[in-house]
Design a protein around this ligand. Sequence first.
Ligand code: COA
Length: 202
Amino acid sequence: MYVTQSVCYNLAKIRTFDWMPFVRTRLVVKNHRERMNRLKIAVYPGSFDPITNGHIDILERSSLLFDKIIVAVVHNPTKNALFSPEERAQFITESTRHIKNIEVDCFDGLLAQYMKQKGSDIIIRGLRSITDFEYESHMSMMNRHLLPHVDTIFIMSDIRYIYISSSSVKEVAMLGGDVTCMVPALVKEALRQKYRLKKQNG
Ligand code: COA
């Protein structure tokens, strides 16, 4: 009885203000637990014009780290794309059939808004070089400014694909070079057909 009275007396002496950090910490832990229990959905955005073996390598490795990966084909108006977003999405779907936890989607607009809409707070980006890092770090900071709970996870490109980019693949294919080891077979064929048509149409 004496102990209970004493505890009540001491608790009453503590002002609400003193409880606040404790309550705040509990809320942070609760939010963190809720986030931990949710399915880990990551978004891998990019132009993918077209998808290369370098992108596929990033997808194969990141699919082991997350429950689901949404590959988001971005319509980037500053880039003069060779393939339509629908064609690019189809190439991704077909060349990643062996990866089970992948969904392919197209979007235009702000990536931060798309992340919100998909309920994801992880962006995946591949890094090939220090030049990529500079560009990517700014983009990551901008996205965090727009959505503070979003993190960008960088995956280092495999050494076999460090020199590959969609533009270089297109250039090689356009000039008749061999892109067999750079892109999936269906992309190689699509590139061949696209440039043949372009040649025919002048
Ligand atoms: N293997 C091979 N190539 C790779 C690669 C890898 N692992 N990682 C990147 N690349 C290449 C791509 O093929 C691409 O080559 P290209 O420039 O010759 O086409 C190049 O690196 C750039 O990669 P990409 O993923 O296509 O980036 P991007 O700069 O076109 O687009 C977005 C980046 C889509 C994420 C960004 O523009 C975006 O978020 N847009 C939405 C609008 C927005 O929110 N803007 C504010 C962002 S801060």
